[in-house]
Design a protein around this ligand. Sequence first.
Ligand SMILES: [Zn+2]
Length: 206
Amino acid sequence: VSQVIDISQTLEEGIATWPGDTPFKAFWVMRLESGDSCNVGSVTMSLHTGTHADAPLHFLAGGKTPANLNLETFIGEALVLDLTGVREILPEHLSALAPRVNARVLIKTQTARADRFDDGFAHLSEDAAGLLAELGVRLIGIDTPSVDASDSKQLAAHKILAGAQIAILENLVLAHVMPGRYELISLPLKLAGMDASPVRAVLRSL
Ligand SMILES: [Zn+2]
C-alpha cells in the first residue's frame, strides 16, 4: 500500500498572495441555512495562488495554456532534493542529478511560507536553470512563489525552463518530505486561454 503525501498549500483566506495580485476570497452563492436547496460556493483568486503550475503563456506571448500542457509531465517519478536554506540555487546544488535520469525534480528550500508573502525566497540562478535544461529534466517544482527571484522582471529562469519545455510547479509544501524518490501526481486544471492553474500535488512513496 503506497502512502499518499499531500504537498499542496491549503486554499483559504489568509493564504499568501504575490503583492498586487488577486487575493483568495471564498463566498457563498446559495446557502442551506438561508433556505436555498443546497450550498454553492465560489472563490476568486489569482491563478498563481497556492500550489500551481505556470503555463508558458505566463511569460511568453502566444505560449501554451493549462488546457494544452502535456499531462505526462505531471505524473511520474520525481526526485526531492533538500536545499534547505539555500537562497540562490546554483549548478553545484544540483550535482545529485544525472543526465536523462531525473525527469522531475522538486526542490525543498523552506524559504517561503503559505500564510505570508516574503520576498527573500530561494530561486534558481540562470546557470542552474540552464543545467536543468541540459540534463533533460521535464518538470521542476519548488516550495517558493517563483523559480525566479521576487524582484526579477526578466524572469530568466522561467524563460530558460520554458525554452527547454520544462514544466514549472510553484508553492509546493515540502517541509514534511524527506529527500528521495517518489511518484508525483500534480495535474493542472483544463483551463483554456490562461497562464497558470492550481494543482493538487501529491507524492506516493515508491
Ligand atoms: Zn506562478
